[in-house]
Design a protein around this ligand. Sequence first.
Ligand code: ADP
Ligand code: ZN
Length: 216
Amino acid sequence: MRLILLGPPGAGKGTQAQRLVEKHGIPQLSTGDMLRRAVAEGTDVGKRAKAVMEAGDLVSDEIVNQIVSDRIDAPDCADGFILDGYPRTLFQADALERMLSDKGLELDAVIELKVDDEVLVDRIAGRYTCANCGAGYHDENLKPAVEGVCDKCGATEFKRRADDRPETVKARLWAYYKDTAPLIGYYHAKGKLSGVDGMAEIDTVTGEIEAILDRL
Ligand code: ADP
Ligand code: ZN
């Protein structure tokens, strides 16, 4: 199963992707995470990406396309994958299309998470992840069962993304509407698009996504 989760920052893509990973056993390919890892490791790609990302801008299409293409070739992607945060531009969507057809693969569905702008800033400002396993949490919406302890792995260190500040969120939303929202039309025209109400509770959203996947 090859899926794309589409929606503005804070829509819940990462949250839903984690659940799909657990249920379906296919990996989540988050270009944001892959890039942040490259930055942390100080690789060549990471050095080029660092300044751009901290300003809330988009890393060049060439860099991202290459990272994704390499990742899709890994053995754990043989049964499928969930793309979260990629493609972000029409150029990337075309590159993905070509990349997949070169590999003899096809996309099964694109799921759009629809959320109002006012909610996004609160979601982003309140989110954090386990420093050890990457499980996602939120100050109000999704707390660990025991305060300060990760549900998944028991770690007690958490981190917040450097670009999850209200000033940067505006720039990221602007970039989404300008560069990424056109993909909604692109995938609709290809008959691949399904929309879900991302304003609903996390479990409800998961249920809607599973219903879409059942119909595939
Ligand atoms: P994205 O990956 O689309 O940027 P995230 O999955 O990181 O978004 O979600 C942003 C924040 O909002 C997280 O802290 C998450 O726990 C919370 N969140 C996600 N989905 C919902 C939802 N349906 N209702 C309330 N909060 C949510
Ligand atoms: Zn953890």
